[in-house]
Write a protein that binds this ligand. Structure first.
Ligand SMILES: Nc1ncnc2c1ncn2[C@@H]1O[C@H](COP(=O)(O)OP(=O)(O)OP(=O)(O)O)[C@@H](O)[C@H]1O
Ligand SMILES: [Mg+2]
Length: 249
């Protein structure tokens, strides 16, 4: 579903990713973990086509992101890829309803009446109907995340990317976001990629876990594999210890 092959990315003399290869399986949720600065967000931006790799190739749903030369290819990828950014990134001047309707009327070019049914369905399924007329600044960050998820789900993307869906949330709201990811994954069947350094909490929504370190993958496996490993770097990271082979930058 997502295929990353031999991808490298540097900024000036700083090598962030070094010939990294990764296959993300269809219909599953893969979580990318790793310490701050490991290159998680850079990898996500490469998958989205916001950044270009120095070498290597990336395909999403069979379309090449790295040499998506035609506008048609880029549009096909955009239609298949939804993103939930860390801040939820809602449009401040639009209401909750308008935020969720936006991708339907502006990207899918649906008429407002056609979009209405889908918007109501999404608002209902995420318990957002009572916030429909509110502006983003009038609702809490937890509700904003829910609206962001509704907006990302509106176009029924085949792949949904989440960059640190829980950062800055209190534990209860954080748990709610994980529940929402799991529920929407079940009902919509998208392929999920979740970036997080929240361990082990993020394991509950993960089928596969990939840990990045020094520009490459140090371990890939199921959450159980991670909990049972004796790889010292993984153990140190998993338990948040300062002492160990990973140097804190
Ligand atoms: N556009 C850019 N220009 C220059 N350097 C960049 C750019 N984007 C990222 N970097 C550098 O690449 C490295 C990896 O950044 P990245 O944002 O991917 O880290 P991360 O793993 O997402 O960390 P965090 O957990 O803190 O979000 C960092 O050292 C960062 O400074
Ligand atoms: Mg990041």
């Amino acid at each position: 579903m997502i295929s990353v092959r031999g991808v490298s990315k540097s900024f000036g003399s700083q090598v962030v990713l070094r010939r990294l290869s990764l296959e993300v399986e269809e219909g599953k949720t893969t979580t990318i973990v790793g310490p701050s600065g490991a290159g998680k967000s850079v990898l996500l931006k490469l998958i989205m086509g916001i950044l270009q790799p120095d070498e290597g190739e990336i395909d999403v749903c069979g379309y090449s992101v790295t040499d998506a030369s035609s506008e048609a290819d880029r549009n096909a990828i955009r239609e298949n890829l939804g993103v939930l950014f860390q801040s939820a990134a809602l449009f401040d001047s639009l209401t909750v309803y308008e935020n969720v309707a936006f991708p339907l009327t502006e990207c899918k070019m649906l008429h407002r009446d056609e979009a209405h049914e889908r918007v109501i369905e999404l608002l209902e399924s995420l318990s957002l109907v009572k916030y429909a007329r509110k502006l983003p600044q009038e609702i809490s960050i937890g509700i904003r995340k829910r609206v962001g998820l509704a907006r990302a789900l509106a176009v029924e993307p085949k792949v949904l990317l989440f960059d640190e869906p829980n950062t800055g949330l209190d534990p209860l709201v954080g748990q709610e976001v994980y529940d929402l990811i799991a529920e929407s994954q079940q009902s919509q069947g998208f392929t999920g990629v979740v970036i997080s350094h929240e361990l082990p909490e993020v394991f509950q929504v993960s089928d596969r876990v990939v840990m990045l370190l020094r520009g490459n993958i140090v371990m890939e496996g199921t959450p159980e594999d991670f909990q049972n490993t004796d790889n010292p770097e993984v153990v140190q990271f998993l338990h948040g210890r300062v002492d160990g082979p990973i140097r804190i930058q």
